[in-house]
Write a protein that binds this ligand. Structure first.
Ligand code: KPL
Length: 337
Protein backbone atom coordinates (compact mmCIF):
# COMPACT_ATOMS: atom_id res chain seq x y z
CA UNK A 1 0.00 0.00 0.00
CA UNK A 2 1.69 3.23 -1.15
CA UNK A 3 0.39 6.55 0.17
CA UNK A 4 1.06 9.75 -1.74
CA UNK A 5 1.12 12.82 0.50
CA UNK A 6 0.73 16.10 -1.38
CA UNK A 7 1.88 19.14 0.58
CA UNK A 8 4.92 18.68 2.81
CA UNK A 9 3.88 21.21 5.47
CA UNK A 10 3.90 20.27 9.14
CA UNK A 11 0.88 17.94 9.02
CA UNK A 12 1.95 16.39 5.70
CA UNK A 13 5.41 15.65 7.03
CA UNK A 14 4.07 14.38 10.35
CA UNK A 15 1.81 11.95 8.48
CA UNK A 16 4.64 10.89 6.18
CA UNK A 17 7.04 10.26 9.04
CA UNK A 18 4.51 8.47 11.25
CA UNK A 19 3.36 6.18 8.42
CA UNK A 20 6.95 5.49 7.32
CA UNK A 21 7.98 4.76 10.91
CA UNK A 22 5.14 2.22 11.01
CA UNK A 23 6.58 0.45 7.97
CA UNK A 24 4.23 1.92 5.34
CA UNK A 25 5.38 2.95 1.87
CA UNK A 26 5.08 6.75 1.60
CA UNK A 27 5.82 9.28 -1.13
CA UNK A 28 5.91 13.03 -0.48
CA UNK A 29 5.16 15.50 -3.29
CA UNK A 30 6.09 19.17 -2.90
CA UNK A 31 6.79 22.17 -5.09
CA UNK A 32 10.48 22.28 -4.16
CA UNK A 33 13.00 19.50 -3.51
CA UNK A 34 13.05 18.12 0.04
CA UNK A 35 15.78 16.11 1.80
CA UNK A 36 14.86 12.41 1.73
CA UNK A 37 16.12 11.88 5.28
CA UNK A 38 13.71 13.53 7.69
CA UNK A 39 14.00 13.70 11.47
CA UNK A 40 10.81 13.28 13.46
CA UNK A 41 10.84 14.56 17.05
CA UNK A 42 8.08 12.99 19.15
CA UNK A 43 6.17 14.78 21.94
CA UNK A 44 8.40 13.00 24.52
CA UNK A 45 11.52 14.49 22.85
CA UNK A 46 12.79 11.27 21.25
CA UNK A 47 13.93 11.51 17.63
CA UNK A 48 13.81 9.15 14.67
CA UNK A 49 15.58 9.50 11.33
CA UNK A 50 13.39 8.30 8.48
CA UNK A 51 14.01 7.85 4.79
CA UNK A 52 11.13 9.12 2.64
CA UNK A 53 10.65 9.12 -1.12
CA UNK A 54 10.28 12.81 -2.02
CA UNK A 55 9.60 14.32 -5.43
CA UNK A 56 8.52 17.52 -7.16
CA UNK A 57 7.25 15.70 -10.24
CA UNK A 58 3.47 14.97 -10.18
CA UNK A 59 3.59 12.22 -12.81
CA UNK A 60 6.36 10.26 -11.06
CA UNK A 61 4.69 10.82 -7.71
CA UNK A 62 1.59 8.92 -8.87
CA UNK A 63 3.22 5.69 -10.05
CA UNK A 64 1.60 2.72 -8.24
CA UNK A 65 -0.09 4.95 -5.67
CA UNK A 66 -2.94 3.38 -3.67
CA UNK A 67 -4.25 6.42 -1.80
CA UNK A 68 -3.67 10.17 -1.64
CA UNK A 69 -3.54 12.47 1.38
CA UNK A 70 -3.92 16.13 0.35
CA UNK A 71 -2.31 18.22 3.11
CA UNK A 72 -1.71 21.57 1.40
CA UNK A 73 -3.11 24.84 2.68
CA UNK A 74 -6.78 25.27 1.73
CA UNK A 75 -6.07 27.90 -0.94
CA UNK A 76 -3.58 25.64 -2.72
CA UNK A 77 -5.50 22.37 -2.51
CA UNK A 78 -7.48 22.36 -5.72
CA UNK A 79 -4.55 23.30 -7.94
CA UNK A 80 -2.26 20.81 -6.20
CA UNK A 81 -4.75 17.98 -6.73
CA UNK A 82 -5.44 19.02 -10.33
CA UNK A 83 -1.72 18.57 -11.04
CA UNK A 84 -1.88 14.86 -10.14
CA UNK A 85 -5.50 13.91 -10.94
CA UNK A 86 -4.83 12.86 -14.55
CA UNK A 87 -2.02 10.53 -13.45
CA UNK A 88 -4.06 8.64 -10.86
CA UNK A 89 -6.34 5.62 -11.38
CA UNK A 90 -9.96 6.85 -11.29
CA UNK A 91 -10.82 4.89 -8.12
CA UNK A 92 -7.92 6.17 -5.99
CA UNK A 93 -9.11 7.19 -2.51
CA UNK A 94 -8.44 10.83 -1.61
CA UNK A 95 -8.26 12.26 1.93
CA UNK A 96 -8.63 16.03 2.42
CA UNK A 97 -6.89 17.56 5.47
CA UNK A 98 -7.68 21.24 4.83
CA UNK A 99 -8.89 23.80 7.35
CA UNK A 100 -12.12 25.64 6.66
CA UNK A 101 -14.85 24.52 4.28
CA UNK A 102 -13.88 25.59 0.80
CA UNK A 103 -12.39 22.58 -0.92
CA UNK A 104 -14.20 19.64 0.68
CA UNK A 105 -17.48 19.87 -1.24
CA UNK A 106 -16.05 20.61 -4.74
CA UNK A 107 -13.43 17.85 -4.50
CA UNK A 108 -15.92 15.35 -3.03
CA UNK A 109 -18.29 16.05 -5.89
CA UNK A 110 -15.78 16.03 -8.72
CA UNK A 111 -13.17 13.35 -7.93
CA UNK A 112 -14.11 9.99 -9.42
CA UNK A 113 -12.83 7.97 -6.45
CA UNK A 114 -13.89 7.94 -2.81
CA UNK A 115 -13.17 11.17 -0.91
CA UNK A 116 -12.79 11.48 2.86
CA UNK A 117 -12.32 14.59 4.95
CA UNK A 118 -10.10 14.73 8.02
CA UNK A 119 -9.88 17.23 10.86
CA UNK A 120 -7.01 17.05 13.30
CA UNK A 121 -5.81 18.68 16.49
CA UNK A 122 -2.32 17.13 16.25
CA UNK A 123 0.29 19.78 17.01
CA UNK A 124 3.25 19.84 14.62
CA UNK A 125 5.73 22.32 13.25
CA UNK A 126 8.65 22.27 10.85
CA UNK A 127 11.96 22.95 12.58
CA UNK A 128 14.11 22.78 9.44
CA UNK A 129 13.89 21.48 5.90
CA UNK A 130 14.79 18.01 7.18
CA UNK A 131 13.08 18.10 10.57
CA UNK A 132 9.48 18.02 11.80
CA UNK A 133 8.44 18.25 15.44
CA UNK A 134 5.33 16.42 16.70
CA UNK A 135 4.74 18.96 19.47
CA UNK A 136 1.51 17.69 20.95
CA UNK A 137 -0.58 14.58 20.68
CA UNK A 138 -4.06 15.37 19.36
CA UNK A 139 -7.10 13.64 17.96
CA UNK A 140 -8.07 13.16 14.33
CA UNK A 141 -11.55 12.49 12.99
CA UNK A 142 -12.20 11.27 9.49
CA UNK A 143 -15.35 10.67 7.47
CA UNK A 144 -17.28 11.07 4.26
CA UNK A 145 -18.94 14.45 3.78
CA UNK A 146 -22.28 12.73 3.19
CA UNK A 147 -21.66 10.11 5.88
CA UNK A 148 -24.94 10.96 7.60
CA UNK A 149 -27.15 10.33 4.61
CA UNK A 150 -29.30 7.73 6.31
CA UNK A 151 -30.64 9.97 9.02
CA UNK A 152 -27.42 10.71 10.90
CA UNK A 153 -25.98 14.20 11.09
CA UNK A 154 -24.31 14.33 7.67
CA UNK A 155 -23.64 17.77 6.35
CA UNK A 156 -26.46 19.63 8.03
CA UNK A 157 -28.20 22.52 6.38
CA UNK A 158 -25.12 24.54 5.61
CA UNK A 159 -24.31 26.40 2.45
CA UNK A 160 -23.22 23.16 0.80
CA UNK A 161 -26.43 21.26 1.42
CA UNK A 162 -27.02 18.79 -1.38
CA UNK A 163 -30.25 17.47 -2.84
CA UNK A 164 -31.26 13.92 -1.84
CA UNK A 165 -28.86 11.42 -3.31
CA UNK A 166 -29.55 8.40 -5.47
CA UNK A 167 -29.19 4.86 -4.12
CA UNK A 168 -25.93 4.42 -6.03
CA UNK A 169 -24.45 7.50 -4.44
CA UNK A 170 -25.66 6.39 -1.02
CA UNK A 171 -23.95 3.02 -1.51
CA UNK A 172 -20.78 4.82 -2.54
CA UNK A 173 -21.00 7.03 0.56
CA UNK A 174 -21.34 3.95 2.79
CA UNK A 175 -18.36 2.25 1.12
CA UNK A 176 -16.32 5.38 1.65
CA UNK A 177 -17.34 5.40 5.29
CA UNK A 178 -15.99 1.82 5.58
CA UNK A 179 -12.74 3.10 4.10
CA UNK A 180 -12.69 5.76 6.83
CA UNK A 181 -12.77 3.04 9.48
CA UNK A 182 -9.86 1.17 7.96
CA UNK A 183 -7.84 4.36 7.56
CA UNK A 184 -8.57 5.31 11.16
CA UNK A 185 -7.11 1.96 12.21
CA UNK A 186 -3.98 2.53 10.09
CA UNK A 187 -3.41 6.06 11.37
CA UNK A 188 -4.02 5.07 14.97
CA UNK A 189 -1.53 2.20 14.62
CA UNK A 190 0.98 4.75 13.28
CA UNK A 191 0.60 6.83 16.47
CA UNK A 192 -2.00 9.37 15.33
CA UNK A 193 -5.18 8.62 17.30
CA UNK A 194 -7.98 8.65 14.72
CA UNK A 195 -11.71 7.97 14.84
CA UNK A 196 -14.04 7.41 11.88
CA UNK A 197 -17.14 9.60 12.32
CA UNK A 198 -20.44 9.95 10.46
CA UNK A 199 -20.72 13.71 11.07
CA UNK A 200 -17.48 15.01 9.60
CA UNK A 201 -19.23 18.09 8.17
CA UNK A 202 -20.31 19.11 11.67
CA UNK A 203 -16.78 18.47 12.95
CA UNK A 204 -15.36 20.64 10.16
CA UNK A 205 -17.78 23.45 11.09
CA UNK A 206 -16.67 23.15 14.73
CA UNK A 207 -13.02 23.44 13.75
CA UNK A 208 -13.87 26.32 11.42
CA UNK A 209 -15.63 28.11 14.32
CA UNK A 210 -12.56 27.70 16.52
CA UNK A 211 -10.26 28.91 13.77
CA UNK A 212 -12.53 31.90 13.02
CA UNK A 213 -12.49 32.94 16.68
CA UNK A 214 -8.76 32.51 17.30
CA UNK A 215 -6.74 32.83 14.11
CA UNK A 216 -7.68 36.30 12.79
CA UNK A 217 -7.23 37.89 16.23
CA UNK A 218 -3.84 36.34 16.99
CA UNK A 219 -2.68 37.13 13.46
CA UNK A 220 -3.83 40.74 13.72
CA UNK A 221 -2.40 41.44 17.17
CA UNK A 222 0.58 39.03 16.88
CA UNK A 223 -0.31 37.00 19.96
CA UNK A 224 0.22 33.48 21.19
CA UNK A 225 -3.16 31.80 21.63
CA UNK A 226 -3.03 32.07 25.43
CA UNK A 227 -2.62 35.86 25.29
CA UNK A 228 -6.23 36.06 24.09
CA UNK A 229 -7.20 35.49 27.75
CA UNK A 230 -6.10 39.05 28.60
CA UNK A 231 -7.84 42.40 28.19
CA UNK A 232 -9.09 43.55 25.66
CA UNK A 233 -8.77 40.40 23.55
CA UNK A 234 -11.05 38.26 25.72
CA UNK A 235 -14.08 40.37 24.81
CA UNK A 236 -13.09 40.33 21.14
CA UNK A 237 -13.00 36.52 21.19
CA UNK A 238 -16.43 36.33 22.82
CA UNK A 239 -17.91 38.85 20.38
CA UNK A 240 -16.59 36.85 17.43
CA UNK A 241 -17.79 33.55 18.87
CA UNK A 242 -21.28 34.98 19.43
CA UNK A 243 -21.51 36.04 15.78
CA UNK A 244 -20.31 32.63 14.62
CA UNK A 245 -22.73 30.85 16.99
CA UNK A 246 -25.66 32.81 15.60
CA UNK A 247 -24.76 31.98 12.00
CA UNK A 248 -24.21 28.29 12.75
CA UNK A 249 -27.47 28.07 14.71
CA UNK A 250 -29.29 29.52 11.70
CA UNK A 251 -27.58 26.88 9.53
CA UNK A 252 -28.73 24.22 12.02
CA UNK A 253 -25.18 23.09 12.71
CA UNK A 254 -25.32 21.29 16.07
CA UNK A 255 -23.53 23.15 18.88
CA UNK A 256 -20.61 21.27 20.42
CA UNK A 257 -21.57 18.78 23.12
CA UNK A 258 -19.33 20.11 25.82
CA UNK A 259 -19.67 20.55 29.58
CA UNK A 260 -19.74 24.24 30.32
CA UNK A 261 -18.55 25.09 33.85
CA UNK A 262 -20.34 28.39 34.60
CA UNK A 263 -17.07 29.87 35.92
CA UNK A 264 -15.63 29.57 32.40
CA UNK A 265 -18.50 31.41 30.76
CA UNK A 266 -19.78 33.59 33.59
CA UNK A 267 -21.89 36.18 31.85
CA UNK A 268 -25.62 35.66 32.46
CA UNK A 269 -26.53 37.44 29.22
CA UNK A 270 -25.07 34.60 27.14
CA UNK A 271 -27.67 32.22 25.72
CA UNK A 272 -27.16 28.47 25.98
CA UNK A 273 -26.19 27.99 22.34
CA UNK A 274 -23.48 30.62 22.56
CA UNK A 275 -22.21 29.20 25.86
CA UNK A 276 -21.33 25.87 24.23
CA UNK A 277 -19.45 27.59 21.39
CA UNK A 278 -17.64 29.88 23.82
CA UNK A 279 -16.73 26.89 25.98
CA UNK A 280 -15.29 25.04 22.98
CA UNK A 281 -13.21 28.01 21.89
CA UNK A 282 -11.88 28.76 25.39
CA UNK A 283 -11.07 25.10 25.90
CA UNK A 284 -8.94 25.15 22.73
CA UNK A 285 -7.29 28.41 23.81
CA UNK A 286 -6.36 26.85 27.18
CA UNK A 287 -5.03 23.69 25.55
CA UNK A 288 -3.01 25.56 22.91
CA UNK A 289 -2.03 28.56 25.06
CA UNK A 290 1.64 28.41 24.05
CA UNK A 291 0.89 27.97 20.31
CA UNK A 292 1.57 30.44 17.58
CA UNK A 293 -1.48 29.73 15.43
CA UNK A 294 -1.08 28.81 11.79
CA UNK A 295 -2.47 32.14 10.56
CA UNK A 296 -0.02 34.09 12.71
CA UNK A 297 2.83 31.99 11.31
CA UNK A 298 1.56 32.66 7.77
CA UNK A 299 1.36 36.42 8.35
CA UNK A 300 4.83 36.54 9.90
CA UNK A 301 6.29 34.53 7.03
CA UNK A 302 4.58 36.74 4.43
CA UNK A 303 2.55 33.79 3.12
CA UNK A 304 -1.12 33.95 2.06
CA UNK A 305 -3.54 33.07 4.88
CA UNK A 306 -6.50 30.67 4.94
CA UNK A 307 -8.95 33.49 5.69
CA UNK A 308 -11.13 32.75 2.67
CA UNK A 309 -11.61 29.08 3.64
CA UNK A 310 -12.33 29.99 7.28
CA UNK A 311 -14.21 33.31 7.20
CA UNK A 312 -15.64 33.03 3.68
CA UNK A 313 -18.31 30.34 4.34
CA UNK A 314 -19.46 32.18 7.49
CA UNK A 315 -19.73 35.60 5.88
CA UNK A 316 -21.50 34.20 2.83
CA UNK A 317 -24.02 32.40 5.06
CA UNK A 318 -24.52 35.58 7.11
CA UNK A 319 -25.26 37.57 3.95
CA UNK A 320 -27.75 34.95 2.75
CA UNK A 321 -29.43 34.84 6.14
CA UNK A 322 -29.43 38.61 6.64
CA UNK A 323 -27.35 38.34 9.83
CA UNK A 324 -24.93 41.15 10.65
CA UNK A 325 -21.36 40.03 11.43
CA UNK A 326 -19.28 43.15 12.10
CA UNK A 327 -16.48 41.25 13.89
CA UNK A 328 -16.04 38.77 11.03
CA UNK A 329 -16.16 41.64 8.54
CA UNK A 330 -13.40 43.46 10.43
CA UNK A 331 -11.23 40.31 10.49
CA UNK A 332 -11.85 39.86 6.77
CA UNK A 333 -10.86 43.45 5.98
CA UNK A 334 -7.63 43.13 7.94
CA UNK A 335 -6.69 39.81 6.34
CA UNK A 336 -7.68 40.96 2.87
CA UNK A 337 -5.69 44.20 3.02
O1 KPL B 1 -5.88 25.12 14.50
C1 KPL B 1 -5.28 26.03 15.01
C2 KPL B 1 -4.36 26.79 14.14
O2 KPL B 1 -3.30 27.20 14.60
O3 KPL B 1 -4.70 26.94 12.96
C3 KPL B 1 -5.55 26.42 16.43
C4 KPL B 1 -6.67 25.55 16.97
C5 KPL B 1 -5.94 27.85 16.50
C6 KPL B 1 -4.40 26.13 17.34
O4 KPL B 1 -3.36 27.01 17.19
Amino acid sequence: MTTLIIGPGAIGRLLACRLAAGGQSVRLLGRRPLPTIQTLTSPDGTTQRLELATTTEPRLACVDVDQVMLTTKAYAARAAFAAVADHLPAATPLVLWQNGLRVQRPLTDTWSGPVLCASTTEGAFIRADDSVVHAGQGQTVIGHLDGGLDGHPGEGHGPHTQPLRTDALQTQAHQTQALASSLATTLSAAGLATEAVDDIATRLWHKLAVNAAINPLVARYRLRNGELRGHPYRDMVDATVDEVAQILAALEIPAPAIDVPSSDVPSSDVNDGNRAWRALVWQVIERTAANRASMLQDIEAGRPTEHDAILGPLREAATRLGLPCPQLDAHWRFLNA
